[in-house]
Ligand binder design. Structure first.
Ligand SMILES: [Zn+2]
Length: 52
């Protein structure tokens, strides 16, 4: 099973999911809300594992 990660944006937006899901959600959030383009590496660098 893929581990779950959580990402909290500085704007208050939070998303959690598996790596691939999170990258899709966050690149779209960053672009739509912040007009920023983030790479997969940047998303994963700021995501933390969800505590079980
Ligand atoms: Zn945000």
């Amino acid at each position: 099973m893929a581990r779950k990660l959580v990402y909290r944006c500085y704007c208050g937006f939070a998303a959690e999911g598996e790596e691939d899901e999170l990258v899709v959600v966050l690149t779209s959030h960053a672009f739509d809300v912040h007009q920023m383009t983030v790479s997969r590496e940047q998303v994963l660098a700021m995501a933390v594992p969800v505590a079980e």
